[in-house]
Design a protein around this ligand. Structure first.
Ligand code: AP5
Ligand code: MG
Length: 214
């Protein structure tokens, strides 16, 4: 099953992807996680990517498309995947169409997690991400048992550099300007599943499960 997750920053794309991969037995491909790994490594691509991420802007399409193209060619994607945070522009969506065509596959579901901006700032300022396994806790909505320590793997929790209020506002603008038009782009195909992302994590998970039938 090939799925893409679309939603504003903090909508719960990563949270839901992590719940879906166990059930569907396919990998989560988060371009954000991939670029954060490149930043951590200090590679030239990571250094360049950080400039865009810190501004709440998108990394240039050619760089992102190259990274995703390579990732989708790996063996673990044969049974399907959940793309978390890609595509984010019309050019990325068109490039993905080309990749799918060349692989002889197609998208099964475009899951759009809708959450109004008002909810998102508190979700993101309260998020604490694990350095080890990338799990996302929240200080109020999903607090770790021990402060600063990931429940899943015992790794150290940190606050993402782009989870500062100014940058969050920029990321929201970027989403509304460049990414939300993708919903219209995919609406011609019968694959768009609109999900109310304002409920609890379990409610959102149940809504996605019902919408994709798995
Ligand atoms: P990326 O890492 O993808 O960030 P994002 O899209 O801004 O989304 P987030 O990861 O912040 O939010 P999420 O929807 O995953 O929410 P989460 O589940 O964590 O991208 C970062 C940057 O990389 C971009 O700004 C860009 O620069 C670059 N980039 C990445 N992909 C790119 C691309 N394709 N093209 C160009 N540039 C790209 O949840 C948030 C918090 O809320 C958590 O603490 C969680 O516990 C909590 N929460 C989740 N669900 C609920 C709920 N239902 N109720 C209460 N709390 C909840
Ligand atoms: Mg995420």
């Amino acid at each position: 099953m090939n799925i893409i997750l679309i939603g504003p920053p903090g909508a719960g794309k990563g949270t839901q992807a992590k719940r879906m991969i166990d059930r569907l037995q396919v990998p989560q491909i988060s371009t954000g996680d991939m670029f954060r790994a490149a930043v951590k490594e200090g590679s030239p691509m990571g250094k360049k990517a950080k400039e865009y991420m810190d501004k709440g802007a998108l990394i240039p399409d050619d760089v992102v498309i190259g990274v995703v193209n390579e990732r989708l060619a790996k063996a673990d994607c044969k049974k399907g995947y959940i793309l978390d945070g890609f595509p984010r522009t019309l050019d990325q969506a068109k490039a993905l169409d080309g990749i799918l065509k060349s692989m002889g596959t197609k998208l099964d579901h475009v899951v759009v997690i809708e959450v109004p901006d008002d909810y998102l700032v508190s979700r993101l300022t309260g998020r604490r991400t694990c350095r080890g396994c990338n799990y996302m806790h929240h200080i109020e909505y999903d607090p770790p048992k021990k402060s600063g320590v990931c429940d899943k793997c015992g790794g150290e929790l940190y606050q993402r550099d782009d989870d500062q209020e100014d940058t969050i506002r920029q990321r929201l603008n970027t989403y509304h300007g460049q990414t939300s038009p993708l919903i219209e782009y995919y609406s011609g195909q019968d694959i768009v599943r609109m999900i109310d992302g304002t409920g609890s994590m379990v409610q959102v998970q149940d809504a996605i499960t019902a919408a994709i039938g798995a």
